[in-house]
Ligand binder design. Structure first.
Ligand SMILES: [Zn+2]
Length: 68
């Protein structure tokens, strides 16, 4: 497992290295659900529904509000 402190240079390269959009999205989901690192973690409410990010459904790299 990679450490949460690992820095990634470019998003597109990260997607490529991860083996595609689905693997990348899974990695994103893990980071969203993990501890906050950049001040934009689970504590920040969604501007659409007011819920935290961890309560959202991630699909194809996009976050969807849970009530949609
Ligand atoms: Zn939302």
């Amino acid at each position: 497992m990679e450490s949460g402190t690992h820095h990634h240079p470019h998003l597109r390269e990260r997607i490529r290295e991860a083996g595609g959009i689905y693997e990348w999205a899974n990695d994103v989901l893990i980071r969203i659900a993990g501890p906050a690192q950049l001040g934009d973690g689970p504590g920040a409410p969604c501007t659409h529904c007011g819920r935290t990010r961890v309560e959202h459904v991630e699909r194809d790299g996009v976050l969807y509000c849970p009530e949609e």
